[in-house]
Design a protein. Structure first.
Length: 400
């Protein structure tokens, strides 16, 4: 495919050169034939000789390279045409050669240069107009004047169209690069989103399973009932973790009918509606949780709802991992413009503070990233009454 593109591009570049060569050769043949067959019973023009044919060839053959050196070709053509007119040969057969050379200059050179060349070409053609048949001099002058003007305007418009095409090509390339960069940013954003989801799901449920596994092993023989409850909690956490992982995979496959059907069958996106279930799971792991809802609750947008839930989940997971003997408190306050969440515990301040720069640091970073997406803020640190405190504020615009 690449070789075919290169070949086709080379062919497109070579075609104009071949066309110019063919035009030059054919023009020499047509002009020479017209000059040879010209009837001149009154002897208006100089008798055709070998020099006339040589000058015609010299006028048209340089046009084969007019695209490579437009100014040089025009200057040579204009000088030869002027010399041809001065010798008094039949003038019409060389006019088109000078016109094509002028068009090439107008199409490839700056407008100021092309205008000067047009003026010089007009003077050369007006010099040839003196060779017109008696009575047709004014018509000849008007013809060459209009021809030069039309040739210059047409070439200038062709140049502007070519420049516009080049600008469009540059803009198209810039747009392509911007789209690629945007796509890469979207991929990175999606990867970060997936990483946050994986961290929240795995860290929380694995913490619960770890704590309950230790409890079940400790009381396996002495308290079979407690061990059985621990195993049930482990099974529930594992089942919910699998459900959330399955939901994430469905989202990744979103866009197909199968994925949409599967999405309707799986657990809905977690939110504050499952806060009590989260608290019971943490309590089953040995950390008492007090949940308080203040203000007038209202439905949050799905993204903000998930953000608040995940921050609470991560904060409680940190309590289980770093202060398993503490008690936790979750307060969700609804006001007119925001939802404010505060998760505190009464664990040892030194233990919790140390985690802010250690293992829990990644969780706190994830909290801040989540909140930042929705214009919110997260603060974390030692609480005023001891222990550790995580505070989240998420602005929620409401229609009034």
């Amino acid at each position: 495919m690449f070789a075919q593109r290169i070949g086709s591009g080379a062919a497109r570049r070579a075609f104009p050169q071949v066309a110019d060569i063919v035009y030059a050769v054919v023009s020499v043949w047509i002009s020479s034939t017209a000059l040879r067959n010209l009837p001149d019973p009154h002897g208006y023009w100089r008798h055709t000789d070998v020099w006339a044919y040589v000058l015609i060839a010299l006028v048209y053959l340089p046009l084969a390279v007019r695209r490579r050196a437009p100014l040089t070709v025009l200057i040579c053509t204009a000088a030869l045409v002027f010399f041809y007119f001065t010798l008094g040969y039949y003038h019409v057969v060389v006019v088109s050669g000078l016109g094509l050379a002028l068009y090439t200059v107008a199409a490839q050179c700056p407008r100021r240069v092309a205008a000067r060349c047009a003026a010089a070409s007009l003077l050369v053609l007006l010099w040839g107009a003196r060779l017109a048949e008696p009575g047709s001099g004014p018509f000849s002058v008007a013809f060459v004047t209009v021809m030069v003007a039309v040739t210059w305007v047409t070439g200038d418009r062709s140049r502007r169209l070519a420049e516009r095409g080049e600008r469009l090509a540059v803009l198209t390339e810039q747009l392509r690069l911007e789209q690629e960069e945007k796509a890469q940013r979207a991929v990175m954003a999606e990867r970060m989103k997936i990483a946050r989801e994986l961290h929240d799901v795995i860290a929380h449920h694995v913490s619960v399973i770890s704590v309950q596994t230790g409890l079940a092993g400790y009381v396996f023989t002495s308290d079979p009932g407690t061990a059985r409850e621990a195993l049930e909690t482990i099974a529930g956490s594992a089942h919910e973790a699998m459900a959330e992982m399955r939901r994430m995979l469905v989202v990744l496959r979103e866009g197909t009918a199968r994925a949409q059907d599967a999405a309707r069958d799986h657990t809905a996106t977690p939110g504050l509606g499952r806060l009590d279930q989260l608290a019971r799971r943490v309590e089953a792991a040995g950390v008492p949780v007090d949940v308080r809802i203040t203000g007038a609750p209202f439905a949050l947008p799905p993204g903000a709802d998930l953000c608040v839930f995940r921050v609470i989940q991560e904060a409680l997971t940190n309590v289980m991992k770093h202060a398993p003997t503490a008690s936790a408190s979750v307060t969700v306050h609804y006001d007119e413009a925001a939802v404010r969440v505060r998760v505190t515990d009464d664990g040892q301040e030194a233990v919790m503070a140390g985690t802010t720069e250690g293992a829990a640091g990644h969780g706190l970073i994830g909290m801040r990233e989540r909140a930042g997406i929705y214009g919110g803020t997260v603060t974390a640190g030692p609480g005023p009454q001891g222990g550790f405190e995580v505070a989240l504020t998420v602005p929620v615009p409401r229609d009034r």
